[in-house]
Design a binder for this molecule. Structure first.
Ligand SMILES: Cc1ncc(COP(=O)(O)O)c(C=O)c1O
Length: 383
């Protein structure tokens, strides 16, 4: 009897939404029982449940229609046009667009190559009189040097806006991300740790931030949230600040509430296990380098790795031919025309950009899928 031939092709998706009957039933209940699709009681319940999950006051949470809107409203609440914000270039363009939408200026900083979190030594050199905030991104869910970031911010009198789009459900120093510190922004888009279809939330220990975000999500109509949660709306009102149509709908909230109940027992353990499996089975592959993580506390949103010796694109092609979809998280923002087109150089970020490859990881994969991807990577490297 010969050995089973190695499986050479299997369609494995990079990521996908994990929704089913429970979410469909929740949406159906909003449509058939309540019938109010805008921002109402379902959103209020989602905010309360998020607050309970995080261990914060219900008044500390403001749900919006995307994670990008969450960052936009947090930055608008905390800075003025022309202010500078220290941010790592290696993040999704959503972070940068959200900053520049307010008129604030994203100042591109390096990351630490081990963790892809902001390099504070580089950030410090870029502080000017206009610097008002630092915006760390919890890349792949890992908050890295967050305590140091808060110390740094205190020393330089800066606000902290955490882009925690990747980090929902994670812990840091025994506390939930978003439950301590200044202001954090989450994303609940289709492929995040939990989804509400599309959606996001601002969580802040500063009531002024939440109050500003709550007004701004409803076109700047003051205190309209309170009316909406009672099934009413404001007819006589004043507007003092720029606002947007960024509120969350009851339909989105119904999906989000269902997903929140599935996170700890269903989604988080699978994400952690898949990352642990990849790390174990590829540990001996010299051409691959993993980033730091802490699987006891982090709920990983993606699993990016470094592919060394200029072989990233070849491995990507090899995996594609084996049916495996991969990603590159992310093209650094300082290379984009709107943010300088590469006029400044960030050598570490640019080096990582040439090496980054994200492997498939989501609760829709089974152990065989993950093993297949690992085997394919090893085949490429002749391990
Ligand atoms: C780091 C980061 N920030 C912000 C966002 C924006 O979230 P959303 O897609 O919900 O607008 C994303 C989304 O992928 C992200 O990855």
């Amino acid at each position: 009897m010969g050995e089973k031939p190695a499986e050479k092709f299997r369609a494995v998706r990079l990521s996908r939404s994990i929704v089913g009957k429970a979410e469909a039933d929740a949406v159906s209940a909003v449509i058939l029982q309540d019938g109010y699709l805008g921002m109402g009681k379902e959103v209020q319940s989602f905010e309360r449940e998020l607050a309970e999950y995080l261990g914060v006051s219900p008044d500390a949470v403001c749900c919006v229609n995307t994670g990008t809107s969450a960052v936009h409203l947090a930055v608008q609440a905390l800075t003025r046009p022309g202010d500078e914000i220290l941010v790592q270039s290696l993040t999704f363009v959503a972070t940068y667009q959200a900053i520049s939408a307010t008129g604030a200026v994203p100042v591109s900083c390096e990351v630490l190559p081990e963790s892809v979190t902001i390099d504070l030594a580089d950030a410090e050199k870029k502080i000017t009189k206009k610097t008002k905030a630092v915006l760390p991104v919890h890349y792949a869910g890992h908050a890295g040097n967050l305590a140091e970031i808060y110390t740094f911010a205190k020393r330089h009198n800066l606000r902290v806006i955490e882009d925690a789009a990747h980090a929902f459900g994670g812990d840091y120093d025994g506390k939930k991300i978003g439950s301590f510190g200044d202001t954090a922004c989450f994303s609940f888009d289709g492929i995040k740790n939990i989804t509400s279809g599309e959606g996001g939330a601002v969580v802040s220990s500063d009531p002024a931030v939440i109050s500003a975000a709550k007004d701004a999500r409803l076109l700047g109509v003051e205190k309209d949230t309170e009316n909406r949660f009672k099934g009413a709306r404001s007819w006589e009102f004043d507007v003092t600040r720029q606002g947007y149509r960024y509120h969350m709908s009851n339909i989105f909230a119904a999906i989000g509430r269902t997903q929140l109940r599935r996170l700890d027992n269903e989604f988080a353990p699978v994400r952690k296990r898949q990352v642990a499996d990849y790390r174990e089975s590829l540990a001996g592959v010299a051409g691959i380098k993993f980033f730091e993580t802490d699987l006891k506390n982090v709920v990983p949103h993606i699993i990016p790795v470094r592919v060394l010796n200029g072989r990233r694109d070849a491995l990507r092609e090899f995996l594609k031919n084996a049916g495996v979809e991969t990603g590159i998280h992310y093209k650094p923002n300082h290379l984009l025309s709107l943010y300088g087109g590469g006029a400044t150089s960030l050598p570490v970020t640019e080096m990582l950009y040439g090496e980054l490859l994200t492997l498939p990881m989501h609760p829709g994969l089974n152990d065989d899928d993950v093993a297949f991807v690992s085997e394919a990577v090893k085949r490429f490297f002749d391990v």
